[in-house]
Design a protein around this ligand. Sequence first.
Ligand SMILES: [Zn+2]
Length: 380
Amino acid sequence: MTLAISADDIDQTALLSELRRWVEIETHTPDAEAVNRLVDRVEALAREAGLVTERTPGTLGFGDILAVRSPRPAGSNQKSTLILAHLDTVHAAGTIKNQLPWRQEGDRLYGPGIYDMKSGALMALEAMKLAVKHGSKLPVDLLFMPDEEMGSVSSRALIEDYARNAGSALVVEPARDGGKIVVARKGVAMYDIVLRGRASHAGTRPQDGRSAIRAAARLVLELEALNDPDRGVTVTVGTIQGGTGRNTVPAECRMQVDVRLPDAGAATEILGRIEAMKPVDPDISIEISGSFNRPPFAQSEEGKRLFDHTAGIAAELGITLVGVSTGGGSDGNFTAALGVPTLDGLGADGAGAHTFDEYIYVSSIAPRTALLANLMLTLG
Ligand SMILES: [Zn+2]
């Protein structure tokens, strides 16, 4: 196969100077104003390139969602290639001045959010510009989310709207461990559990008390007994808080639980068991609230075909594509759960997501941008 676009077609110098600008606009998820400053920049770039933009105001205090669409014939109902990116990061403002300044060391380029995932977001926009310049009429929709690091609660509905019209979904989250891409992700559920007993004086009336902490201790063991590494099920009680003082039988205990599930079957079974849990002591009440934040993204037959197609193009660019599955969720969970063949981890290679050692490999940018552009030219 001869590719329409090669790594040499990417203007790496221009791309890196634009990336620096994106990284210097720090975009911690809760800071909607900051996120929107970067949305302004991306919107302006897309318009300059003749792409169609649609900006949807964020809800729940998050920044705006930006859709960038390739021009297409009026009334065309051809399925699109949907690209998912996010502009928010986990890093608070000031990180670039203090813990993680922009710097290059050999092939490594450091900066807050550079790996997760401003590089991937910019590469996707660049690839789309190249594909359109190349004369492609295939519909491509590129979504920039403002709230992915906090579960995409504001943008989920819009992602799903676009997914319903998509033939495939490509997520430009970072690659990992030498450029591997993600072909499956676990589902993520989060629970808050409150146990309520009865307070009493620990010295004078212990018999009147009903310890919520003791009930919680049992429950922690019961919850964590659901861990099943062979099946890929993990249950972690991440925080616990209870009691009011040393000499009081504790009336209340709260915990936060993280659950990861490989597929829909495991989700139904494990979540059902958690939601049915009851304290042994009838005087202790339990309140379980929670949400299935991201459904599992399991690899489908169509997903395998999409992987093979992508691996074929990658090979022409000198990339040996390896697919892995991971326990971390992304917006790809939403598209995969709707039956859209989804590939993830198509952004830059590097390491250190969510840390002050976050970097990308500069050498991964041009070939992987070319990979994205050729995918846009051949999918659909
Ligand atoms: Zn990310």
